[in-house]
Design a protein around this ligand. Structure first.
Ligand code: ADP
Ligand code: MG
Length: 357
């Protein structure tokens, strides 16, 4: 039986039961899909505004999963003031589904640029800007005791791809609330991004997300997945041994500071791993702050309200200490290869047997 701790079941969003199609037109093709959800672009009839509708089945594998969806809604609500978490607009319910009407992140998954050829791939400078945004978003979640637990390039989207926009973190389906009173131990995540403590069935903490950010940064910079093996078990072995290639072959043309940054995250002991706040102060992310802006800082500050009309807040990389404040948070604030204990993940003893030999 799965450990259900860390789930939140109180929401303030009114769940609508009138037909979604009365208020929205579906347009274009699918935006994406995961294990249990299909996401489609839609237009709100009254406003003409585009949104992303995430259709979630309430029953999965014969089990009632409405509670999981309610938890996802609760976490999105709690992150309402976090500019790097996708905004939740409305929720609809039908006998079989719950539909989350989300802000549309039109630039798609950062995954696409991670695996793109050279001319479309991220530059180190892009990665520095995007990594800072991911960290500001995640620092804010962590301050509110929320861990995402499925940070990977398919769950980090862009407001626009070209020109490269801002990031939006999506998919809180596996997220958990962690605090000092409840201990969450669960086996879930996505093989390539999962932290060693998950494989060992040790407690989950905010550090678990930091491991995934290390993997994510590695992939964004190099286009390679550091732990991926031929088979899942090989991937798990690479993770538990922290078998990472930092050689010049992989990191050609990438700064030593970037490598040092990743090294501070891919650390087996979760207590020794850098936190989101510490990462934001890492020299790699600080180094570019004054170089990434084209105009002098005062000019940028003066004009930023016009220059970034799409952003709900002034671009934080120009206003340095913004990440230190997490505006107006309440008390609380399945991806493609996602697995959970009850699904495809081998039992704990099986993994350990595999890992020992
Ligand atoms: P799942 O829990 O099934 O993995 P996600 O929330 O990750 O569901 O959504 C699946 C995919 O749909 C994402 O990887 C992304 O490609 C796309 N998607 C999700 N939310 C949005 C959004 N708000 N805007 C645009 N695309 C989205
Ligand atoms: Mg997903």
């Amino acid at each position: 039986m799965m450990n259900r701790s860390g789930m939140v079941n109180i929401i303030r969003t009114r769940i609508r039961t009138d037909p979604f199609k009365n208020n929205y037109d579906l347009v274009g093709k699918e935006l994406g899909r995961g294990k249990f959800a299909v996401v489609k672009k839609c237009v709100e009839k009254t406003t003409g505004k585009e949104h992303a509708a995430k259709f979630l089945r309430k029953r999965r594998k014969g089990q009632d999963c409405r509670g999981d969806v309610v938890h996802e809604i609760a976490v999105l609500e709690s992150a309402e003031a976090n500019p790097y978490v996708v905004a939740l607009h409305e929720v609809y319910e039908t006998p079989f589904e719950i539909i989350l009407v989300l802000e549309c992140a039109a630039g798609g998954e950062i995954f696409n640029q991670c695996v793109a050829d050279n001319d479309e791939a991220f530059t180190e400078k892009d990665v520095i800007r995007l990594a800072r945004q991911i960290l500001m978003g995640v620092a804010c979640l962590h301050r509110n005791n929320v861990v995402h637990l499925d940070l990977k390039p398919q769950n980090v989207l862009l407001t626009s791809a070209q020109p490269l926009g801002d990031i939006r973190i999506v998919d809180f389906g596996l997220s958990r609330r962690v605090d000092s009173t409840t201990e969450v131990r669960e086996i879930l995540g996505t093989p390539e991004y999962v932290a060693p403590e998950i494989l060992n069935y040790e407690p989950i903490s905010t550090a678990t997300d930091m491991w995934s950010i290390g993997v994510l940064t590695y992939v964004m910079l190099t286009g390679e997945s550091p732990f991926q093996g031929e088979e899942k078990q090989e991937t798990f072995l690479n993770i538990s041994q922290v078998n990472v290639d930092y050689s010049q072959d992989v990191f050609e043309g990438i700064s030593d500071l970037a490598v040092d940054f990743i090294r501070s995250l891919l650390v087996k002991n979760p207590r020794k791993r850098a936190t989101a706040e510490q990462c934001l102060n890492h020299p790699w992310l600080i180094s570019e702050i004054h170089h990434t802006v084209d105009a002098p800082l005062d000019e940028q500050e003066a004009s930023q309200s016009e220059s970034e009309p799409e952003s709900p807040v002034p671009s934080p990389e120009l206003v340095m200490p913004l990440y230190l404040t997490c505006p107006g948070q309440g008390e609380l604030k399945t991806g493609r290869d996602t697995f959970s204990f009850s699904e495809s993940f081998p039992s704990r003893t099986e993994i350990q047997q595999e890992l020992i030999c």
